[in-house]
Design a protein around this ligand. Structure first.
Ligand code: ATP
Ligand code: MG
Length: 368
């Protein structure tokens, strides 16, 4: 899969123009605040995702314009297709091959991408919630039905928690908890098993990539940390039975606290390099390399699942990586279409193949 041309009109500070990227590595360099991240964000939106910067849709529209329009021609499933997004009057509309979609999320799975921006360092540095949401969105890309399971689980959890809070005043309601426990256990077991299996595969690929980027000096390991002990994790039924029994055991504590303390909503991922926690002890370069390895592994798993290579969007990853790590990154991921931004063109002299673009005040021009 690759973008053959990308156009923007009224999108943030980017001047109305188009870019024709090459099929492998495309480097966009420029001083701070010129529009490099805006360009990466534009591609990420066209892949059906929400901005990695958060914020409202209207923020995409250039300050002195009324609407923003971005579109890309991309080659996928053996033909050229088009993804387009228009943002106007606080609303976002998406089109695939000229056909209006229900929402921009409908573009997911058509133009596929993985993105790394400095915000993604929260994957190692941030809270367990950051790691759970990375896992969940990565899994949803290759297993779209997982989104429904997550939504049902979250809804059931909210309902059980509301009931827990009511029970002290209405003890007769306690009997109705059984039905909610059953549902939490069934959905929770499914989520834990899927996340665990995904983490094992992610670790397999990420550790291979990390060995390369660190020139075999570091061993990356990723473990799904569930409250369900390992010995119960062999089958979905044993996870479910464990959850059900523990929900009953902990019922009085849950009623006192007014929240459900056990389940996949409390799980985490443990990420280590050479056996020690990257979050606690990792250097900036190690944390960056580790997130990059996980992102590339995420891409590999999508690639296997859909038999197409997703785009790789790397915003500002070269800083804090030493020359050997940069060299590995620039040249080893070159068999996919990559969009990479940096401030100094000198850092991409190691690039063997690809196109170089300068971003200056929202103008993008090809350097060679
Ligand atoms: P850095 O190297 O510091 O990361 P960058 O090149 O990635 O810089 P961007 O984040 O792309 O910079 O932002 C470029 C400029 O776009 C910023 O100065 C920002 O104020 C401007 N900008 C953001 N949103 C809008 C908008 N809606 N309209 C006009 N300009 C905007
Ligand atoms: Mg930037």
């Amino acid at each position: 899969m690759n973008i053959t041309s990308l156009r923007f009109e009224g999108f943030r500070n980017l001047s109305d123009s188009s870019v024709s990227p090459c099929q492998n590595v495309n480097v966009f360099y420029g001083k701070n605040a010129q529009g490099k991240t805006n360009l990466i964000e534009c591609i990420w939106l066209l892949s059906g995702n929400r901005s990695f910067r958060g914020g409202k849709d209207q923020e995409f529209v250039c300050f002195d314009k009324e609407r923003a329009k971005i579109d890309a021609d991309f080659f996928s499933e053996g033909r050229i297709q088009t993804a387009e997004i228009i943002i106007q009057d606080q609303k976002k509309e998406a089109f695939l091959n000229g056909v209006k979609q229900k929402s921009s999320a409908s573009l997911l799975g058509h133009l596929c991408a993985v993105v790394f921006s400095p915000e993604h360092l929260t994957l190692v540095k941030g809270s367990p919630e950051n790691r759970r949401s990375f896992l969940d969105s990565a899994i949803c890309q290759i297993k779209p039905g997982f989104k429904d399971t997550l939504t049902s689980y979250k809804r059931t959890l909210v309902q059980r928690n509301a009931l827990l809070k009511e029970i002290p005043e209405h003890p007769d309601l306690e009997g109705t908890l059984d039905a909610w426990d059953q549902r939490i256990a069934v959905l929770g077991a499914n989520i834990i098993r899927v996340r665990k299996k995904y983490t094992e595969r992610l670790c397999e690929f990420a550790s291979k990539y990390h060995a390369g980027i660190s020139h075999n000096s570091e061993v990356l390991n990723i473990n799904y940390m569930s409250m369900v002990p390992q010995k119960y994790c062999d089958s979905i039924e044993s996870v479910r039975d464990y959850l059900l029994a523990e929900l009953l055991n902990e019922r009085n504590n849950d009623i006192a606290a007014g929240v459900t303390k056990l389940g996949p909503h409390r799980d985490d991922m443990e990420i280590t390099i050479n056996g020690v926690s990257v979050r606690r002890y990792g250097s900036q370069g190690q944390q960056r390399s580790c997130v990059l390895s996980m992102k590339i592994a995420e891409e590999e798993l999508i690639r296997i699942s859909i038999s197409e290579e997703p785009l790789v969007l790397l915003d500002d990853v070269l800083s804090e990586l030493d020359s050997k790590r940069q060299e590995f990154l620039l040249n080893e991921i070159g068999d996919r279409q990559v969009f990479i931004t940096c401030c100094e063109p000198a850092s991409v002299q190691r690039l063997n193949e690809g196109k170089l673009f300068e971003v200056d005040g929202g103008f993008i021009k090809q350097s060679f």
